[in-house]
Design a binder for this molecule. Structure first.
Ligand code: EPZ
Length: 432
């Protein structure tokens, strides 16, 4: 599979210009978890009190979620990485399409809106380049809790029948351990009448973070982080102050930046249990890792080819598949990387090939033959994590690499060029 050369105007798009070949040193700071903060923000809809979230990453997705909540009447105040949200006077249960479209996490708010207001109308999140990403399980869960749900004209309308407008606890077995479905159901069930049990629940740290927040707000949730979660519904939830967990995917990306440039670095803060599968693969391919209580010191050795298969947590995370492929493209030996979560998450292969990577895609598996060096080229980041992979490849490639697709990158990596530049990388943002 070869990628067409990007048209010259691609290079004129906003891009990161990276001069490859520089070792990095020192420490890379990890921001709060994007995929947690976004959902925690929607939990503010469950109470009239103020919810204060700290360690919120300054990302464009967070800005987007703020706009959605404000459009529904939520009062929002942000100062640096702290955000205060108060949903005492909600004015709408229907976030507008133009704001919701493209921010998948906003769909999960349907659980909070429905539990709080008794009705909700939320546009279906479209698919994206990595897959169709249906919300079948989310809707199944809301129906199990007693909601009447219809889908027409691209909008999911949910209402709670009866005069009390209160959902009823239920037992739900998910067909797949969907992160968003688990989060949507958790928020809806937290205010339901009676007990709910979610079987085959997603076990990701972000699900645990949401359950911990909801419990801090007065919910009664147990088992989060495991395959079976029990929720005893309560009458109301109250506000609280809560700190978002570190972003395990950013942490993994930074560990890979150290590995691909063969640099000894410290990455912090890191919660090792959030990344055990990734830490294991980094050791397997030749890195020495030491946890010092808050961060990880990584010392890369000779990087050897290994096999990786993406799985639901605690398996290897799909969001680090592309960044890890960039590393293995420079390893000694052959790797086989199999993507089991999304049906179309190999688009970074063509871009890596443009830099000299030797990769063959067969179905959902990529066979990566390590090469002695990559060569700098204009490349395009096709989704958030593919963009990160291209930055990593640019750090080690001979010559200059121009990575476009910064709209994707900025969704998930707060100030990535400042962080990497401070560690010795030679890269700068060209806005046109
Ligand atoms: C969350 O997406 C993350 N996003 C994704 O991160 C991450 O890749 C994904 O979990 C898996 O870990 C946020 O949290 C905002 P899923 P989510 O529902 O909840 C299929 C990133 O780069 N599925 O667990 O949408 C689905 O199609 C992003 O930060 C069904 O088949 O993921 C997908 O193939 C990308 N039916 C798989 O399950 C359903 O009803 C995982 O989806 C629901 C999902």
């Amino acid at each position: 599979m070869t990628a067409a050369a990007p048209a010259s105007q691609d290079i004129l798009k906003p891009h990161l210009e990276i001069q490859g070949g520089n070792r990095l040193q020192g420490e890379l700071r990890v921001s709060g978890a994007k995929n947690s903060a976004l959902v925690l923000m929607t939990a503010a809809l469950l109470t009239e009190d103020t919810l204060t979230l700290s360690n919120v990453p300054p990302l464009t997705d967070i800005d987007g979620m703020e706009s959605i909540l404000v459009s529904m009447g939520v009062k929002v105040r942000r100062s640096s990485e702290t955000i205060h949200l108060q949903a005492s006077d909600l004015t709408s249960a229907e976030p507008p399409y133009e704001l919701v479209n493209g921010l998948r996490a906003s769909f999960f708010a349907i659980g909070s809106i429905l539990a709080r207001m008794g009705h909700a109308k939320v546009p279906l999140p479209g698919g994206c380049r990595i897959g169709a990403r249906p919300v079948v399980e989310h809707i199944r869960g809301l129906k199990a809790l007693g909601a009447v749900v219809t889908v027409e004209h691209g909008v999911v309308s949910a209402t709670v029948p009866g005069d009390r407008k209160r959902l009823k606890g239920a037992s739900i077995v998910l067909d797949c351990p969907s992160v968003g479905a688990t989060e949507t159901i958790l928020m809806a069930a937290s205010l339901a009448k009676g007990t709910s049990v979610i079987e085959n629940a997603a076990q990701e740290p972000e699900v645990q973070d949401l359950a911990n927040l909801l419990n801090a707000m007065g919910a009664r949730i147990s088992g989060a982080g495991g395959p079976s979660i029990t929720v005893e519904g309560v009458e109301r939830l109250h506000g609280c102050d809560y700190t978002v967990i570190p972003d395990r995917i950013e942490a993994g990306t930074f560990l890979l930046a150290a590995a691909i440039t063969r640099s000894t670095m410290r990455i912090a803060p890191v919660v090792p249990d959030h990344l055990n599968s990734v830490l294991q693969k980094l050791r397997d391919c030749g890195c020495v890792l030491e946890f010092d209580g808050d961060g990880i010191v990584i010392t890369p050795g000779t990087i050897k080819g290994i096999d990786i298969t993406t799985q639901p947590f605690p398996g290897f995370p799909t969001d680090l598949q592309a960044p890890f492929m960039a590393l293995l493209a420079t390893a000694q030996g052959t790797s086989v990387i199999t993507e089991k979560i999304y049906e179309n998450r190999m688009q970074h292969v063509g871009e890596l090939q443009r830099m000299g990577a030797a990769i063959r895609v067969q179905g959902n598996a990529a066979v990566v033959e390590g090469v002695p060096s990559l060569s700098g080229a204009p490349v395009n980041g096709t989704d958030l994590r593919a963009s990160a992979a291209m930055v990593l490849a640019g750090l080690v490639a001979k010559g200059r690499t121009q990575v476009s697709g910064l709209n994707h990158l900025d969704r998930g990596y707060a100030g990535i060029e400042a962080k990497l530049t401070a560690s010795g990388a030679k890269l700068e943002r060209h806005c046109s």
